[in-house]
Design a protein around this ligand. Sequence first.
Ligand code: C2E
Ligand code: MG
Ligand code: MG
Ligand code: MG
Length: 281
Amino acid sequence: RAKSSQRGEHIVFTRAMEIEMKERVRLVQGLRTAFNEDRLFLMYQPQVRIDGGQPVGVEALIRWRADDGRFVPPDRFIPLAEHSGLIVSIGSWVMRLACYEQVKIAAAGFTNMQVAVNVSLAQFRHPLFIEQVREALRDTGAEPGRVELEITESMAMEDADFVADKLNDLAQIGVKVAIDDFGTGFSSLSYLQRLRVDRLKIDRSFVQELCTNQRGRQVAEMVIQLGRKLGLAVIAEGVEEVDQANMLLELGCQEAQGYLYGRPMEPAALYAWLAERRNAT
Ligand code: C2E
Ligand code: MG
Ligand code: MG
Ligand code: MG
């Protein structure tokens, strides 16, 4: 009967929700413990010039290996960190550590490389965010112009006046700003013109479709043209194949990040990777 099946569905639904809720609570507790016990760490993925492969930067990516040895992906735990408020302290720790890595990379002789740091919405909105950035720079001695903060396109579109203000503050500090996952939102030329940003990151989904369908290519082309019109640098993320790299070059995109060049690496592996590139040139 319709009635009982409706009830049945209702029960199944709430049980699934209950399981998911318990899992989330468990994850947040695990995350808090991991953070307090210093068991989160950062990996760094190279960013290169497509033509010649010269390293130009790295993106810091957070990692959490849970007690059972398995990695919990950041796409899973960052949203939980946001909702629980943990992101403010985790984000501040990420910023400081990434700034410190900029100092070390420069000390290793790669003085022109920058370090990119992902910033989440709750962190960006926090009243002490700008102060956090200043502090991280001051405490580590990082060069502001070699630190790039990545905000997503959806974050950039949240509240125009607020975002424009924050980006002006960041520009004053001297750090760079990139818009991550670009092409997934709907920001317009006129909107972007108001924002003090330095670079656009073409979202991986379009790079994946670059050589297989029209949409990927059209969006990539649009982002590259938008970048050119606004005088912004453009980088493609998630480049895995030579064909994609060639297509990007053809469309006028100079820089890329992706498995084709290097996976996210722990610092030791990163420095070995960098040393190889230095010896090659
Ligand atoms: P994102 O900032 O767009 O980072 C790029 C993601 O694409 C990373 O996933 C990276 O490992 C992955 N990737 C890079 N190249 C390739 C490729 O060629 N193929 C494929 N399939 N994937 C590639 P990851 O590390 O799992 O991070 C996922 C997301 O989690 C990030 O997306 C970012 O939004 C967030 N995230 C990571 N670290 C942090 C952090 O420290 N703070 C904050 N707030 N968010 C972070
Ligand atoms: Mg990013
Ligand atoms: Mg991205
Ligand atoms: Mg992404």
